[in-house]
Write a new protein. Sequence first.
Length: 571
Amino acid sequence: MTEINKPGEDKGSKSLNFIEEIIEEDLRSGINDGRVHTRFPPEPNGYLHIGHAKSICLNFGLGRKYNGKTNLRFDDTNPVKEDVEYVDSIMEDVKWLGFDWEDRLFYASDYFDQLYEYACILIKKGKAYVCDMTAEEISETRGTPTRPGKESPSRTRSVEENLSLFEKMRQGEFEDGTKVLRAKIDMASPNMHMRDPVLYRILHASHHRTGDKWCIYPMYDFAHGQSDSIERITHSICTLEFEVHRPLYDWFIREIGIYAPRQIEFARLNITFTVMSKRKLLELVNNKYVNGWDDPRMPTICGLRRRGYTPESIRNFAETIGVAKRDNFIDVSLLEFCLREDLNKKAKRMMAVLDPVKVIIDNYPDGQVEEMEAINNPEDPSMGKRMVPFTKTFFIERDDFMDNPPSKFFRLAPGREVRLRSAYIIKCNSVDKDPATGKITLIHCSYDPATKSGMPDSNRKVKGTLHWVSEQFAITAEVRLYDRLFLKENPDETPEGKTYLDFLNPDSLKIIKAFIEPEVLKASIDDKFQFERIGYFSVDPDSKPGNLVFNRAVALKDSWNKSEKVRENLT
């Protein structure tokens, strides 16, 4: 059960963020009769990304913290760009993150009749008019921040004519783009959003919920604040770009004469080596720079889920970064750290070799198979142990051996000893090489039988411990090594003549065949593992019987920043 902190109670060492301070002051003042009611209002025109996840955690988290409510509302005002596919994906993402809107699922389209009536109220008050100008003409006459706009010739129409024309717009008597309904505010306002904004446009397009009932649709700015009002939202939490829209929302509420929610803006999430723009993400998908919205290189929630991220790691990330009043960049390594922290506690250990070289123990009995006991997770003894088959020949990582190692190389080398994880200490005696290439093809070793667990020398110390996989029992699997999608820390800031696409990382995906211990055959889709000494991996939905596919979720440590200066200087 989630602990509910009430105003004035000790919250521990964690201080309140500025939004919580506002809410607690409202509660102390008795505003809204002590209610806290938030909402998460996505537009169903794309898949949600990590920035939306922050907003989800914030809005639903505030509802939980103050024993309040949180609605899920789709602001579905543009049928041309919206789809039920996006609606379904958004609901799945919110649930996966661990939040529940209970019976409070709403759509702006639920309020289309009410919004139409609100528009008529504005017309009757002389605060809205039907305009014959095209979108291009409206844009051209809007002016600039330092130069006032020009009033539309339609601005002087009578209330009766405007009501008649607006009804005819609703009845479908005009073609798309021929008329709009605009608010009558101030064409000289320093706030460009107050210069007679468009409230309704004509779109002869079928809506995913209302079908063909409507051929006029409210603009987002007209629907959003009024939808919050209808739902009696107490605190409308928005990102900073909506701060300049707030005077317009307040104007609508005041002129229509309805309940006024309190809007609070916070900084949107920006992450290094990532783009968050829906337009750019859509371009990446449509032009096949990635393999769909759920490509594990994408910052989408479904992409992160497929890569191996957990709801807990994303919620912890959102709590760690908090909420700010000014835009800033969060290093993606913090998100990766949160995942490592979570998976370290819950991921089952497994041995896998991604770049194999074969080892033979010359003094080990031919045909002998031993079962070695291995710990599933040293962080959680309750996860128990497993048995790993050990044989005369096995694979280790190629970079765990060097022919002529430096002094501080503590892995396998000629004449040196290492311990095999959960098995024996071995010593390298010689190597076989391909005479044409010089590449090592086989490493000859001897083993010390007394160093097995439970034997007299089982605690004998050597400096290196290697993972391994028996050749005889190895399971072959496809492993997808995902890395950051962009080489540049801020792909949105590019030199003249270049775009964010010029900084795509050509090595963001490498596909290899790996050898894994046979315990992996028990794995299911989305299971998470730590491949010992390599990283954390998740079973991909592409997996089929006899063909396991793994995604690298994150490496065991962050080595990316070592070459950051080199990448940042790319032109």
